[in-house]
Ligand binder design. Structure first.
Ligand SMILES: [Zn+2]
Length: 228
């Protein structure tokens, strides 16, 4: 894993600045793939694409539209740089702040608010937010801050699943994920229907059969994929 520069972003409303690291290169070695499309890759950390301002609570995208000119290089670069002097720490990108904190990921309620306020500019933004909302629910199940009983009654959870299904309806390779989304929603018949053509697929058959098993058992849980 090779870290890239750390960039600075300014809240468009109040100019409060935050940082976000970047990755020069990474890989998915040792990654855990989940059936809800989540990937935990220790060699490829992901950094937030959107955040909420800690000063004014405005939600903004961390991209070229909010990036401040000038970047903070990784500490390691300073370490090997003979010309580095401490005065360079006062980077103009800091604005009036002495220190910058890393931009925080949105939590579940923040993501719901962001979608409600229509911060998404295109389908890609919406996918980003809706996948993260789905994962936020599932991570809460994992860490025990949400129970299956409560989740099954959560209409926002179902509405988000339907919105994702709508977003991926044109995706050619989305069969298995569509089946999973229906299983998460408790629509087991639909899930089995979608899985049928993939059960004997040389590459995905094993995973598909596992999904079928879970659907037949009325199980709505996410599982870890044994990726071929
Ligand atoms: Zn702000």
């Amino acid at each position: 894993m090779m870290p890239g520069p750390t960039y600075v972003y300014a809240c468009p409303d109040c100019q409060y600045r935050v940082t976000k690291r970047s990755l020069a290169s990474g890989n998915t070695f040792g990654a855990t793939h989940y059936s809800d499309m989540r990937v935990d890759a220790p060699m490829m950390p992901s950094y937030p694409r959107i955040t909420k301002c800690e000063r004014c609570e405005c939600t903004f995208w961390l991209d070229e539209t909010t990036q401040v000119e000038g970047a903070i290089m990784p500490q390691i670069a300073h370490f090997y740089d003979d010309d580095f002097t401490p005065s360079e720490v006062k980077n103009p990108a800091f604005g009036d702040q002495l220190e910058l904190d890393p931009a925080k990921e949105l939590d579940r309620e923040d993501i719901k608010d962001a979608l409600f306020m229509n911060v998404q500019r295109d389908d890609d933004d919406e996918r980003y937010l809706r996948y993260r909302l789905l994962w936020a629910y599932h991570k809460q199940l994992e860490d025990g801050t949400l129970t299956r009983e409560v989740l099954n009654e959560d209409l926002d959870y179902l509405e988000n699943i339907d919105a994702i299904l709508n977003l991926i309806k044109e995706d050619e390779n989305g069969h298995l994920f569509r089946a999973e989304l229906n299983r998460f929603a408790g629509r087991f018949e639909r899930s089995l229907e979608l899985l049928e053509p993939t059960l004997n697929d040389p590459l995905w058959g094993v995973i598909s059969k596992k999904m079928k098993e879970l659907s037949e058992a009325g199980n709505r849980e996410v599982f870890v994929l044994d990726v071929p």
